[in-house]
Design a protein around this ligand. Structure first.
Ligand code: MF3
Ligand code: CO
Ligand code: CO
Length: 291
């Protein structure tokens, strides 16, 4: 690309005043193919307009989760939580990203106890004292996606459950702290995984985080148990999720295909927890766009 042409990122600025230095910095790097190091394709780099769009989707997404904070109590059905999430997102001029996504029938995921993720809200399922539950919400605004989830402890829960929820949050935070420009996506999983293993927990690896923003599940796949210095290079303008699923026991999961086709459970039926944020890679580190 010529230095006086308009930049490929769609900013409307001249290339030389926009991503020329960035492309040059990348071209000087040596990528170690044996570590699976790859450069990020241009389509994963968001310009200022894209970032503003994802940020605005994130504000609504956070509002929906704040509403969930006020609803979680023993006796509420997961369908009632879903309805509130749906109505909040729609009333704010946005669309629930989960609804009809690959045939998913509801507007959020509600994953209780041994459910790892993708639990389908139901009028038949009531939260009860002692449960731990993840509520995962995605908002689409003007085509931009923001994706986040929180754990809830229903009434009094066991000390073991409380510890799992806390450590899983710490795993997410460790992963986010490792998400820095000019570092690698494997650094996220190395940090998440180390903290989980130190605490004796299993890390789910058959599902993971993902690029998000101009679409729902984009590259790169974000493993939560990886080797530092491997995978895609992280650069400013990338947006992705960090969403560790951490298990009390085995990391192994299964999806009961004779059931609803969605619900992912731990193979040993021990507890699983998850927290998720959408983050932006900045010049100096990262910024949370939805949590
Ligand atoms: N929000 C989930 C994620 O973190 C994906 C849910 S997809 C659904 O990536 F279809 F199950 F809703
Ligand atoms: Co999510
Ligand atoms: Co996600």
């Amino acid at each position: 690309m010529q230095r006086n042409e308009l930049c490929w990122c769609g900013s409307g600025k001249k290339y030389k005043k926009c991503h020329a230095d960035y492309d040059e910095r990348i071209s000087e790097l040596k990528f170690d193919v044996f570590k699976g190091q790859v450069r990020p394709p241009h389509k994963l780099i968001n310009n200022a307009r894209d970032i503003a769009g994802i940020r605005a989707a994130g504000v609504i997404n956070d509002g929906a989760l704040d509403l969930v904070d006020t609803l979680v109590k023993p006796g509420i059905t997961t369908a009632a939580i879903d309805q509130a999430v749906h109505d909040y997102i729609v009333e704010h001029g946005a669309v629930p990203g989960d609804l009809n996504y690959q045939g998913f029938p509801k507007s959020c995921c509600t994953s209780i106890n041994d459910i790892v993720c993708h639990g389908i809200p139901s009028a038949k399922v009531k939260l009860k004292e002692g449960d731990i539950v993840n509520v995962d919400v995605t908002t689409v605004l003007d085509g931009y996606y923001a994706d986040a989830s929180r754990m809830y402890m229903v009434g009094e829960v066991s000390p073991a459950a409380e510890r799992l929820v806390r450590v899983t949050r710490e795993c997410m935070e460790a992963g986010i702290a490792a998400a820095k420009p000019w570092h690698f996506v494997g650094d996220i999983g190395a940090a998440c995984g180390a903290h989980a293993h130190e605490n004796g927990y299993g890390v789910v690896t058959d599902l993971g985080g993902h690029g998000v923003g101009k679409g729902y599940h984009l590259e790169p796949f974000v493993s939560h148990d990886a080797t530092a210095g491997t995978g895609m290079l992280l650069v400013p303008g990338m947006t992705l999720t960090v969403e560790p699923m951490i298990n009390e026991g085995t990391w192994k999961t299964y999806t009961d295909k004779t059931g609803d086709g969605w619900t992912v459970r731990t193979k040993d039926h021990k507890l699983s927890a998850q927290w998720e944020k959408t983050i932006l890679i900045t010049e100096t580190g990262s910024e949370v766009l939805s949590s």
